[in-house]
Design a protein around this ligand. Structure first.
Ligand code: ARG
Length: 399
């Protein structure tokens, strides 16, 4: 069913229909929620009586999945409401309707991301606590640099995720205000009460998709972090590093090489970062240059949004299982961390304490490394204790 049958006398060409149709069935529960809020406003304005509001409520509870006959989920919903559906669109347009539904969707997607992040952070912090005293080489330029602990390194991962949580919370907050009442772009003459927390400008209310961009940005940065974590997991579980072993319930075998155990979960999380970044840049390009208020271009916000939510909801629990099942090889880590060269900076600082200018100390230690006379100071005396930082992080994550 089209909602604008009065305007045209000709049927749409099937090719045009197929091109215009939105793949937006995922919005249905959110459109139902938004429609209920709108029905309550119509009731408050005496446009729907008590019986009609009750009918809307019970019809909304029975709405079935949209099929190919609907132009989009909104047309489907109105058709499903039957007779009372003919009244429901008073004072609203699909423009404020879709903006409302997408906002509710983004808020849910953010809450889901937050729950997934909490699971992964808990798995990371548990290892961080257990390995707070396990020395490992720290790296810059992927060259051994200075000794750190596994706890110290894993705490850094958790810090990255905590900023991701803040970004998803920000996106949810941005999606908070309600566009209901904006109508097509200029409101309506009907005496509808404003929704709680209304948007301040009706043109902006139907044209704004910043909150979708905020979600896609949060997802892009999250995946960028997961790609860095994923890369380290790939490296650490190689025979070359051998700092940790992969759990069998989160790694794959090879179809040809019987000995292989592959870190596919970490690799796919790393790979999905590229796609996540593409979704953000793609929607930025869609919105760029669009004149106010609504334009059909905005229908293009949905595929990247739905796909990003699916990837976030898929990657976080899978990585949680992988991380939770990691087994650190303490012996191997201790051996790698006992490389005396990791203490070269400490050796230079020891000279500084004796009054040698740092640049001279640096040159003296570098020369001793070159000519083979280098001797390290007290091994590992500088390792920081992250126990308190990890405990504080656990508290912030509620784990
Ligand atoms: N399916 C459309 C979207 O996703 C809904 C709004 C259509 N509005 C319109 N005036 N054609 O943006």
């Amino acid at each position: 069913m089209t909602l604008w049958v009065g305007r045209t006398t000709e049927e749409l060409a099937p090719e045009v229909w197929a091109f215009l149709r939105a793949e937006d069935a995922e919005l249905l529960p959110y459109d139902i929620e938004g429609t209920l809020l709108h029905a309550e406003r119509l009731h408050a304005a005496d446009i729907l009586d008590d019986a009609e509001l009750a009918e809307v409520r019970s019809a909304l509870a029975r709405v079935g999945e949209p099929d190919a006959a609907a132009e989009d989920v909104h047309s489907h919903l109105e058709a499903e409401l039957g007779d009372v559906g003919r009244k429901i669109h008073a004072g609203r347009s699909r423009n404020d309707q879709v903006a409302t539904a997408v906002r509710l969707y983004v808020r849910d997607a953010c809450a889901e991301a937050e729950a997934g992040l909490a699971g992964l952070a808990a798995a990371i912090l548990e290892h961080a606590e257990r390995e707070a005293g396990t020395a490992m080489p720290g790296y810059t330029h992927l060259q051994r640099a200075q000794a750190v602990t596994v706890g110290h390194h894993l705490h850094a991962w958790a810090e990255m995720l905590e900023r991701d949580r803040a970004r998803f919370r920000f996106a949810a907050e941005q999606a908070g205000p309600s566009p209901l009442g904006a109508g097509a772009l200029a409101g309506s003459t009907l005496p509808l009460p404003p929704p709680p927390n209304p948007m301040r400008n009706s043109l902006d209310a139907v044209a704004d998709r910043d909150f979708v961009l905020d979600y896609l940005y949060a997802a892009a940065v999250l995946f960028t972090h997961l790609s860095r974590v994923g890369e380290e997991l790939v490296l650490w579980t190689t025979r070359e590093f051998a700092f940790a072993r992969l759990p069998e319930n989160a790694s794959t075998g090879s179809s040809m090489m019987p000995q292989k155990l592959n870190p596919d979960v970490a690799e796919l999380a790393r790979g999905k970062a590229g796609t996540a970044i593409g979704r953000l840049t793609g929607l930025l390009a869609v919105v760029k240059g669009l004149p106010l208020a609504y334009d059909r271009d905005l229908q293009e916000d949905k595929p990247p949004l739905f796909a990003a939510r699916k990837d976030v909801a898929g990657a976080l629990p899978a990585l949680t299982i992988l991380v939770a099942g990691l087994e650190f090889d303490r012996e191997r880590l201790a051996q790698a961390a006992s490389d005396p060269l990791l203490l070269a900076t400490d050796a230079a600082e020891e000279l500084v304490r004796e009054g040698v200018p740092f640049r001279d100390a640096h040159e003296r230690v570098a020369a001793s490394v070159r000519d083979g006379t280098y001797t390290p100071p007290d091994a590992l005396s500088r390792l920081g204790d992250v126990t308190a930082a990890v405990a504080a992080a656990k508290e912030r994550w509620g784990c």
